[in-house]
Design a protein around this ligand. Structure first.
Ligand code: A2P
Length: 260
């Protein structure tokens, strides 16, 4: 049996009863493309590893690794992972992979990062990667959650970009964050409704001052709940976008956010 390397937890941050983020050490040999996921977990009582796919939320240039997770009360992994604290060890299998990567898309002008819930994690990586802004003129990060409190992680990531001396220079005003809530009245700088409805009504394009999706210039990455992915996929296809992969780049790419 191959042993899975362990990494040390540096920081944890709890956003709501259901959501938290954590940072760990990063081995020098751990390489990834922004947007990829890795297998992460804890040993079970019998000593065998319990691993799940976790999108890496930190950009590939960062010294440490960041993850954003739900807490499922009786979830075999997340209920325990939610208890970790600085100094604890987690298991992290090297060799990340995934399709939410710039390489899986054909060149374009605007990159749309469409997420719900913890599906924002891979986009926290892509949106903090200077390479993204070399390849795209504009980047739109959409994040739909049930409540305002669930949007906070994404708000912090975007604030972090604006406060970072180097990144803010690279990004300028080319990143637009569209946060939407579905089960509360929208707070400041937040829209109300599912992103899919905002696409259908045109409200998303009005809010970003961009034209509706076109196969010539728009590229879309989708990550979140199964239902959101299915609906957004239909909208992409209706706009003439075709699905891409690492081996055959296209105009949109999809990945399900980890649940459970
Ligand atoms: P809603 O509250 O209208 O169901 P969940 O917590 O169930 O994973 O949902 C996270 C967010 O994704 C919620 O805001 C939810 O909206 C939204 N959502 C769920 N299904 C879809 C869908 N088919 N299209 C767009 N957004 C969706």
């Amino acid at each position: 049996m191959t042993t899975i390397p362990s990494e040390t937890v540096i920081e944890t941050r709890h956003y709501t009863d259901d959501l938290f983020s954590f940072r760990t050490t990063r081995p020098r040999s751990f390489r990834f493309r922004s947007g990829e996921f890795a297998m992460l977990g804890l040993p079970k009582e019998d000593g065998k590893p319990l691993l799940r796919a976790y999108s890496i939320a930190s950009p590939n240039w960062a010294d440490d690794l960041e993850f954003f997770s739900i807490k499922v009360p009786n979830g075999p992994l997340t209920s325990r992972l939610a208890q970790i604290k600085p100094g604890d060890e987690i298991l992290l299998r090297p060799k990340p992979t995934g399709t939410l990567v710039l390489d899986a898309l054909l060149p374009g002008r605007t990159l749309w990062l469409v997420s719900t819930g913890t599906g924002i994690a891979p986009f926290a990586s892509v949106a903090r990667d200077p390479e993204t802004y070399e390849q795209y003129e504009r980047v739109v990060l959409t994040h739909t959650c049930r409540t305002q409190a669930e949007l906070q992680y994404g708000i912090d990531v975007v604030d972090g970009i604006r406060r970072d001396e180097i990144l803010s220079e690279v990004v300028g005003n080319r990143l637009t964050h569209v946060a939407t809530v579905t089960r509360e009245t929208a707070g400041p700088n937040t829209l109300e409704g599912r992103v899919t409805d905002l696409i259908r009504s045109g409200e998303l394009f009005e809010a970003t001052e961009l034209p509706a999706w076109s196969p010539d210039v728009d590229r879309v990455m989708i990550c979140g709940s199964t239902a959101m992915i299915a609906d957004t996929r239909v909208l992409c296809e209706a706009a003439g976008l075709d699905e891409g992969s690492n081996s055959a780049p296209g105009r949109f790419v999809v990945e399900k956010a980890f649940v459970g």
